[in-house]
Design a protein around this ligand. Structure first.
Ligand SMILES: Nc1ncnc2c1ncn2[C@@H]1O[C@H](COP(=O)(O)OP(=O)(O)OP(=O)(O)O)[C@@H](O)[C@H]1O
Length: 228
């Protein structure tokens, strides 16, 4: 469905090969600056790879890393979602109001439809971004830290929504814990290479020590995975 073929964005990471199958949930982990966001922008074609190639499906949803909309932007939440709908599958047509409302309601943001996006809270803006990503029945959703600014119950709902979507999901996250139950594969980008595999095979002291080039412990503290 989507595939990274020996993809490189040097000097950040190189030779990443990854097959993404329908409905699969992939978590991208790694320290600050390891190139997780760069991986998503390279997949989207917004950044030229230094090597390799990427095969992407036609319909891709994207939740960008949180950036606040300008406070005085004269655009409502429903306008943002409507624009995404009308530039996708239905290019050239106006999005139907009912479809826009349904998308916003599906992420718990129906009541925000007529609010100006710039005055919404950080978490509320993230929900509007989610509604955008779900427009046009995506086959693949790329999500860059989509849980930032969300409270615990909205984090849980977001993970469930992404995991139960028909789309495959590639999600950048700083913590594996919120997605541990649903994740199929982890791509860990480290300072000395990367590794792909099931979480239990990647999040191990011996594997991560090699990626960091120094001894790293993977601990379970009160049910949470901590890398030290
Ligand atoms: N377009 C660009 N041109 C040059 N350097 C860039 C560009 N985009 C990102 N970088 C650099 O690449 C490095 C990786 O950035 P990236 O945002 O991909 O990391 P990340 O793993 O997502 O980090 P974080 O966890 O802090 O969000 C950073 O040092 C950043 O400054």
């Amino acid at each position: 469905m989507a595939r990274l073929n020996n993809l490189s964005a040097e000097p950040l990471w190189s030779g990443v090969s990854l097959e993404i199958t329908r409905g699969e949930f992939i978590a991208v982990l790694g320290p600050n600056g390891s190139g997780k966001s760069t991986l998503l922008t390279t997949m989207l074609g917004l950044r030229q790879p230094s090597g390799g190639s990427v095969d992407m499906p036609e319909r891709v949803g994207f939740i960008p890393q949180q950036r606040m909309f300008p406070r005085y932007l004269p655009v409502r939440a429903r306008d943002i979602v409507s624009l995404t709908l009308s530039h996708g599958l239905l290019a050239g047509r106006r999005a139907r109001r009912g479809d826009v409302d349904k998308l916003l309601e599906s992420v718990g943001a129906g009541h925000l439809a007529d609010a100006r996006v710039g005055i919404l809270s950080g978490g509320q803006q993230q929900l509007v971004r989610q509604a955008q990503a779900f427009a046009n029945d995506p086959e693949l959703i790329l999500a860059d830290e989509p849980l930032l600014s969300l409270d615990a119950s909205r984090q849980r709902e977001t993970v469930e929504r992404l995991a139960s979507a028909r789309a495959a999901v590639v999600m950048v996250t700083h913590s594996i814990d919120p997605v541990m139950e649903v994740v199929d594969k982890v791509l860990y980008l480290g300072p000395h290479g990367h590794v792909v595999g099931p979480a239990r095979e990647v999040l191990r002291s011996d594997v991560l020590s090699e990626l960091y080039g120094t001894h790293v412990d993977v601990l379970s503290v009160h049910g949470k995975t901590v890398i030290v």
